[in-house]
Design a protein around this ligand. Structure first.
Ligand code: MN
Ligand code: MN
Ligand code: MN
Length: 293
């Protein structure tokens, strides 16, 4: 935590990252490596928000408990849902991972993923690529099965030159393996998070490329379902995007969250941690935990 003095007032800034992924979903670092990275980055408030699993958080929490440091680790998740024909991601922060509402949610989500994996494999088999499901599952290991695992399997089998080609020819948008998962509805996913004691916020609201009107409709539906806020800083984005999101947050009196959506070190990826000071005056969801420090 840094206390920066200004001419008139002093602003307390904390370094926050409430949107990160481990190898339990589609991140490159295992949970301990990610916590170690967060500690090395001097993060004050940290959440792991893997897609549809808390396994990464549980492993990270066990590792984090053995260390005496100033960082608070908050349980989190990023759940996929459907809204108006589009897949939307909802962040759940401060959830009770052991709550029946959350275990039920995780079961539903893994069922949806399994069904989707089977369908992708069937479609690939129809194109002459047999054994995709077993192959992709073996490569996925402990992490959730997804299209990248099918791509890796196709490379391994010599069906394609590299993973890009696998997506270009078979797995990318509009191709045979582009199977949409049957995610639950927005209201249901939001309720799971709220019922398990968490704060529900819309992840990267501009990523869905909705019109302004549709985005406002999403926010209104989400709030009606029990959602409390939106992610205003997510990885790399422009000043205009940030301004648009903070305007929406003010207009609807929403809580806001900030994070990197870190998956791996990448040339255009954001590093861990976002300073809280520029968001002073907004209702930071982190205040729920920062006050406990
Ligand atoms: Mn991801
Ligand atoms: Mn997402
Ligand atoms: Mn994410």
């Amino acid at each position: 935590m840094v206390v920066a003095s200004r001419a008139q007032c002093s602003v307390i800034t904390v370094l926050i990252d409430f949107h990160t992924h481990t190898s339990a979903s589609d991140g490159a670092l295992d949970p301990c490596e990610l916590v170690a990275r967060a500690l090395a980055s001097n993060i004050d408030l940290f959440a792991i928000t893997d897609h549809d699993t808390v396994a990464g958080y549980m492993a990270a929490a066990a590792y984090h408990r053995q260390r005496d440091d100033g960082m608070q680790l908050i349980p989190g998740i990023e759940l996929s849902c459907q809204w108006s024909g589009t897949t939307v991601h909802i962040l759940g922060l401060g959830i009770d991972c052991a709550h029946p509402a959350m275990s039920g949610a995780l079961q539903t989500m893994s069922g949806a993923r399994e069904e989707r994996g089977e369908k992708i494999a069937q479609r690939l088999a129809a194109r002459g690529f047999a054994g995709a499901l077993q192959g992709a599952l073996a490569l996925a290991g402990d992490s959730h099965l997804g299209r990248p695992h099918f791509a890796a399997w196709m490379v391994e089998q010599g069906h394609v030159r590299d993973e890009n080609q696998a997506f270009d020819l078979y797995l990318g948008q509009g191709k045979t393996g582009d199977v949409k998962a049957f995610w639950p509805e927005l209201a249901e996913v939001t309720r799971w998070i709220v019922d398990s004691g968490g704060a529900a916020l819309i992840a990267h609201p501009l990523k869905y490329r909705f019109t302004g009107m549709k985005l406002r409709r999403l926010i209104e539906d989400f709030v009606a379902a029990g959602g409390c806020g939106i992610e205003v800083a997510s990885g790399r984005q422009t000043r205009d995007q940030l301004a648009q999101l903070t305007r929406l947050a003010r207009q609807y009196a929403l809580e806001v969250t900030i994070g990197s959506d870190f998956h791996r070190d990448a040339p255009y990826g954001a590093p861990l941690g976002v300073e809280s000071a520029p968001f002073e005056g907004l209702r930071g969801v982190w205040e729920r935990w920062a006050s406990a420090q």
